[in-house]
Ligand binder design. Structure first.
Ligand code: SF4
Ligand code: SF4
Length: 92
């Protein structure tokens, strides 16, 4: 279970959207007007296409192209150790 707090402050610090792994398709899906796409029909709850260390892995990122997590304030503050939280729950 992630200990990273799901706060607006942390979301603003997250570097995922600047990351080469964060694909264009995911960026489009994460735009505010498209948030309807982010409701999980099985659990009827929204998931976040950002700050994957606090939520779960991405539903659209599939390919490793480098990870910016180690440079992120949230990463340092929470003493995280894995990378690629978008590709595996809890990172890899
Ligand atoms: S978890 Fe790492 S690899 Fe994935 S989008 Fe964020 S910074 Fe990039
Ligand atoms: S550690 Fe990675 S996933 Fe977590 S907030 Fe920072 S950039 Fe985003």
């Amino acid at each position: 279970m992630s200990k990273v707090e799901k706060t607006r402050e942390n979301i603003l610090k997250c570097l995922c959207k600047k990351c080469p792994t964060y694909s264009f398709t995911c960026k489009v899906m994460a735009m505010p007007g498209n948030l309807i796409l982010l409701v999980d029909p099985k659990e009827d709850r929204p998931w976040a296409e950002t700050m994957f260390c606090a939520y779960s892995k991405s539903n659209c990122i599939k390919e490793e192209k480098g990870c910016l997590c180690a440079k992120c304030e949230v990463y340092k503050e929470n003493e995280l150790s894995n990378l690629y939280f978008c590709l595996a729950d809890g990172g890899k």
